[in-house]
Design a protein around this ligand. Structure first.
Ligand SMILES: [Cu+2]
Length: 149
């Protein structure tokens, strides 16, 4: 009985780091109907880095139904979108070196995927962050909140 408990405890110790690591990333799906499959992402504050993989499950090319995943503070969203629209598809609809953008993927078309990784320490717990697609017009539907917990 005692030995069994010890074995279980040991298993728990070994399993803990891999559980933590798998928790420091997430996959967001985007489709041809201009939708993300999630409206909220929680980042554990124990993560050093967090990776978001965007997967376009649709079929349309990026010029017609391209999507990206952009992260900024809620207050900066409108400005990031306005300047991203001007920057155009060649710049992934993100103004180059925009300091308001915390992280962003490239714009992808149907069947493609792209990932971005950011340092969790750059985010403040309890502050509202917004993620959205900056392809012109998409953020009306394609947006959500990200928070550090
Ligand atoms: Cu989009």
């Amino acid at each position: 009985m005692k030995r069994q408990w010890f074995a279980l405890a040991l298993l728990g110790l070994i399993a803990a780091p891999s559980w933590a690591a798998s928790n420091c990333s997430t996959t967001v799906e985007a489709n041809d109907a201009m939708q993300f499959n999630t409206q909220s992402i929680e980042v554990p504050k124990t993560c050093k880095q967090f990776t978001v993989t965007l997967k376009h499950t649709g079929k349309l090319p990026k010029a017609a139904m391209g999507h990206n995943w952009v992260l900024s503070s809620a207050a900066d969203e409108a400005g990031v979108l306005a300047d991203g629209g001007t920057a155009g598809l060649d710049s992934n609809y993100v103004k180059p070196n925009d300091s308001r953008v915390i992280a962003h993927t490239t714009v992808i078309g149907g069947g493609e995927s792209a990932a971005t990784t950011f340092k969790v320490a750059t985010l403040k717990a309890g502050q509202p962050y917004t993620f959205f697609c900056s392809f012109p017009g998409h953020a009306a539907l394609m947006k959500g909140t990200l928070s550090v917990k």
